[in-house]
Design a protein. Structure first.
Length: 148
């Protein structure tokens, strides 16, 4: 079975999502994704999501079709879909990185490297910058600095 990587972005339906709600969503999603062999990263910056999903193509495609109709976000835009030989996020069952929860030093690194919009780090538009951003977020958050 072929593995794929899918990256999309979307806008939150609610301008403010409680951290408890996000954690509940993430825990449920992480369990289902583990069972399906899907790994990835979900980044929240202001009212925008950026997510990368990696895993068996059938499982990722099924999940993405559910995400399209999920009313918690809108304006879903597919950024990239490709078959892959190796995963970038294989050690991330499914993790949320809320950029507002990052310590100031880590947030400032992202702000200097990428554009900012109303105090939120703006997600890049060009594909190679999206990959760089996701890998930077993973590297900055590998120690879960928001939990310190």
């Amino acid at each position: 079975m072929k593995n794929c990587r899918l990256i999309y972005r979307s806008d939150c339906t609610d301008k403010l999502i409680a951290n408890e709600d996000l954690r509940d969503i993430l825990q449920q999603s992480a369990q289902r994704n583990r069972e399906a062999g899907i790994t990835g990263l979900l980044v929240l910056s202001g009212d925008q999501f950026l997510q990368v999903l990696e895993g068996p193509s059938d499982a990722v495609n099924t999940l993405y079709s559910k995400l399209i109709s999920d009313t918690r976000h809108h304006d879903l835009k597919l950024i990239s879909y490709e078959l892959i030989a190796e995963r970038y996020f294989d050690d991330w069952g499914m993790s949320l990185v809320d950029l507002y929860d990052l310590p100031k030093a880590e947030r400032d690194i992202l702000r200097r490297k990428y554009a900012s919009n109303k105090d939120a780090v703006a997600f890049p538009e060009r594909l190679h910058e999206v990959y760089a951003f996701l890998l930077d977020a993973k590297a900055l958050c590998s120690g879960r600095p928001w939990e310190e």
